[in-house]
Design a protein around this ligand. Structure first.
Ligand code: HEM
Ligand SMILES: Cc1cc2nc3c(=O)[nH]c(=O)nc-3n(C[C@H](O)[C@H](O)[C@H](O)COP(=O)(O)O)c2cc1C
Length: 354
């Protein structure tokens, strides 16, 4: 088949995650499907979307990798060299080394490494949001100290040549006894947002509790995963109960059967670091219908998106919840023995501490 010649101007128009073309050695590749799964991170691909990535690509990869990694159908043509103008040449030089370039995943050894890299590579606002905690940070600091009090008492001389981390949690079978917690607005850290987390969870057969505060609607998150996986869903109850009922119906229709209802947030926390860093772009939560904004007090994402939270929620509302949710019910955020006992009396299927 004759090569299709593509002008630099046309290539430049395909510069988004959903519609992402990239040039390597004058060949034009459609990276839209591969970009979110690029082992070197989606950001670097996005940075070259609609541009010539030859120099950056060759610094890292061998020339034939691209043909091995991408199906031939993604090769859509040849850069028409006669259309190269000044704008194209300028954009196609190597970008200066920026702190937003993250090291290869394989070099990250622990969650402390992740935290350190995030501190330097996230936007100021994203870092303030994810790393901040309530008021004087007393709970968050002490939580880490309490974790350090948990010690193992190893029993030895057991045959551990084959071990299995396989586990069943709330009726769902996982490869590891770990569930990724619901954390709002993952898109602040990466354009794939919760879709990326969901894909990773499905690929590694680990749990993920999709938050109502996600940056994508649950429908889009689930649709981006190309295999069956038992996802959980986290609900903050809305003052407008009809809105919560609608969400519960949507989540059920997606095949989700386990609901975590967060009960420790009758009102948004006072996250001071998050208040202090201005919100530069509009940040929406499609399922809560709220947007991050700024006012005289500051730019706290938690506060400005949390106006829907229902401070009137009480144990009596479990009857209402049961009426609209036939699946498993977990209460998230229990912090005292007394409340754990009340949860048992209410016959919920589980509790999450803190
Ligand atoms: C243009 C098409 C590209 C394709 C098809 C592609 C494909 C891949 C593949 C298959 C890997 C897995 C490891 C390997 O086999 O080497 C990888 C890793 C990686 N890629 Fe790319 N890549 C592309 C462009 C780029 C560009 C432009 C950069 C810019 C710096 C880049 C940076 C990286 C990095 C840093 C890794 C590290 C992986 C690790 O060790 O964790 N890639 N890429
Ligand atoms: C930035 C951030 C956003 C969070 N968003 C949510 C949320 O939307 N819903 C929820 O139930 N919990 C949310 N949480 C709480 C976490 O799910 C988790 O319970 C908490 O961070 C304690 O776990 P950790 O010690 O592993 O951080 C959030 C926590 C953080 C730090």
């Amino acid at each position: 088949m004759a090569a299709r010649w593509i002008s630099s101007q046309e290539i430049a128009r395909h510069d988004t995650l959903e519609d992402c073309w990239l040039v390597v050695d004058n060949q034009v590749w459609d990276m839209s499907a591969f970009a979110p799964d690029h082992p070197g991170g989606v950001e670097i691909i996005l940075r070259f979307a609609g541009r010539d990535a030859t120099a950056a690509y060759n610094q890292i990869h061998s020339p034939d990798l691209i043909k091995k990694a991408l199906p031939p159908t993604q090769l859509i043509g040849q850069l028409d060299l006669s259309t190269i103008d000044k704008t194209w040449s300028q954009k196609s030089s190597l970008p200066s080394k920026s702190s937003s370039v993250r090291p290869p995943l394989s070099t990250i050894l622990s969650s402390h490494d992740f935290e350190e890299i995030a501190r330097h590579s996230l936007s100021k606002k994203a870092w303030a949001f994810y790393s901040s905690a309530g008021t004087d940070l007393i709970s968050v600091r002490n939580n880490s100290l309490f974790y350090q009090r948990i010690w193992m008492r190893p029993r030895l001389l057991r045959n551990v040549s084959t071990v299995s981390t396989q586990v069943t949690i709330l009726g769902a079978s996982f490869a590891l006894p770990v569930i990724a917690a619901p954390v709002a607005l993952a898109r602040l850290a990466n354009p794939c947002g919760e879709k990326g987390i969901a894909r990773g969870a499905a690929r590694t057969r680990t749990g993920y509790c999709i938050p109502i505060t996600a940056s994508y609607p649950a429908e889009e998150i689930i649709a981006s995963v190309n295999r069956d996986h038992p996802f959980f869903f986290q609900l903050y109850v809305n003052k407008n109960r009809a809105s919560s009922e609608d969400i519960l119906g949507r989540v059920w229709d997606l095949g989700i059967r386990t609901l975590f209802v967060t009960i420790d947030t009758p009102t948004p926390g006072k996250r001071e670091a998050d208040e202090r860093v201005r919100t530069e772009e509009s940040i929406a939560m499609p399922m809560t219908g709220t947007n991050a904004s700024q006012d005289a007090r500051g730019s706290g994402i938690t506060r400005t998106t949390g106006s829907f939270l229902d401070g009137a929620l009480s144990w009596d509302d479990l009857t209402w919840l049961r009426k609209h949710w036939q699946g498993r019910l977990v209460l998230k955020g229990v912090q005292s023995v007394e409340d754990a006992l009340l949860a048992m009396d209410a016959q919920v299927d589980g509790i999450v501490l803190r």
